[in-house]
Design a protein around this ligand. Structure first.
Ligand code: NAD
Ligand code: ZN
Length: 346
């Protein structure tokens, strides 16, 4: 008889999500079934909930289960899966890559040209069980707090963006104090940056960033960033910039306060093309690096940073049972949230 489970489903093209009974997935050859313990809501899930133009373009086949930030344990192994065991604590790399393209062959899976995403292109993790390829399973050490691991997917984006450049003794500007910007701030401090300055126009989020230990959290709608730079002892501008807002205005401001020869990694995804002052980028000799997803290597880096003392709990602002998921999405939509964690225990 078909087993059923609870899942948070996009029922059809349009706004909203529904808690439904759906069949428990059956792991095929090479796949693993994971019993989900905790999940976290990502900005992508909010796009899907609200059904904005991004969601309308990317969610092709509702009804489907959404979600891709989770921690759980291995419940079943499909045929041919070896080297991992039922009961092990796990999370999962959410990008499923082809294994055959040039980038996959050179270990740069973040640039696979045939990538598909859990919870966007195939059923996701906002459910009692999720099924993924064994090669995407990430074993998680029992010493790590499950709440924090539940959003390791986002921590991976922050890790990839932040650790792109040398940070020891460097001054870092992060534009956008969303959950990923705040996590990146913690990583930069942990990795040895001298000053970490973060900008946003949302005071609630700037306060969260302060709890994560930034040297300055600047509301650019009301404060002068260059004055703050002076107070922080910056002489020639920022050495490293992490663009985590997707806003053209933030990127323009970042370019204007970088030192000559500064390095910028770009994670934020805008909803429209932006204007760029190429002469500024050229004149300053800036290096720009686009960031997509995370490297497989980032999974062990984030585990080890947390074991080494990086405390990411300040970014968690809300905890709900999965049956209260609508409150979680309301918190995310209010702008007054960091990470929202959903508990999937019955
Ligand atoms: P978020 O939307 O929660 O946070 C973005 C923040 O930027 C908001 O707090 C907003 O107030 C702030 N902001 C807007 N305009 C600004 C400006 N001019 N100056 C300073 N701050 C400004 O996003 P998040 O979940 O923290 O993710 C960060 C970004 O990374 C988003 O754009 C997201 O789409 C993107 N992202 C990219 C990837 C990737 O693979 N490249 C993966 C995950 C997320
Ligand atoms: Zn590939």
């Amino acid at each position: 008889m078909e087993r059923l489970m609870d899942a948070i489903v996009k029922p059809e093209k349009g706004p909203g999500l529904e808690l439904r009974k759906v069949p428990v997935p059956v792991p095929g050859p090479g796949e693993v079934l994971i019993k989900v313990h905790k999940t976290a809501i990502c900005g992508t899930d909010v796009h899907i909930f609200n059904w904005d133009p991004w969601a309308a373009e990317h969610i092709k086949n509702p009804p489907m289960t959404i979600g891709h930030e989770y921690v759980g344990e291995i419940a079943e192994l499909g045929a041919g899966v070896t080297g991992i065991e039922i009961g092990q604590r796990v999370s999962g790399e959410g990008h499923i890559t082809c294994g055959h393209c040039r980038n996959c062959h050179t270990g740069n899976i973040q640039w696979c040209k045939n990538t598909t995403s859990v919870g966007v292109d195939r059923d996701g993790a906002f459910a009692e069980y999720v099924c993924i390829p064994a090669s995407n399973v990430i074993i998680i050490d029992e010493s790590l707090p499950e709440e924090v691991v539940s959003f390791f997917d986002a921590v991976g984006n922050a890790t990839h963006t932040a650790l792109m450049w040398d940070l020891v003794g460097e001054d870092v500007l992060i534009t956008g104090a969303g959950p990923i910007g705040i996590i990146a701030a913690g990583i930069c401090k942990y990795a040895g940056a001298r000053r970490v300055v973060i900008t946003d126009m949302n005071d609630y989020r700037l306060d969260l960033a302060r709890k994560m230990g930034v040297d300055a959290a600047v509301n650019t709608a009301t404060e002068d960033l260059e004055k703050v730079m002076k107070e922080q002892g910056l002489v020639e501008g920022f050495d490293v910039g992490l663009e985590m807002s997707g806003a053209g205005a933030a990127f323009a401001q970042m370019c204007s306060v970088m030192r000559n020869g500064g390095k910028i990694s770009l994670l934020g995804i805008g909803n429209k093309p932006i204007e760029v002052d190429m002469n500024l980028i050229i004149g300053k000799g800036l290096t720009l690096q686009g960031i997509y997803g995370r490297k497989m290597d980032n999974w062990h880096q984030m585990s080890y940073m947390v074991q080494g003392g990086l405390d990411l709990t300040p970014v968690i602002t809300h905890r709900f049972h999965y049956t209260e998921f609508e409150e979680g999405f309301a918190a995310m939509n209010s702008g007054k949230s960091g990470k929202v964690v959903l508990d999937w225990t019955k």
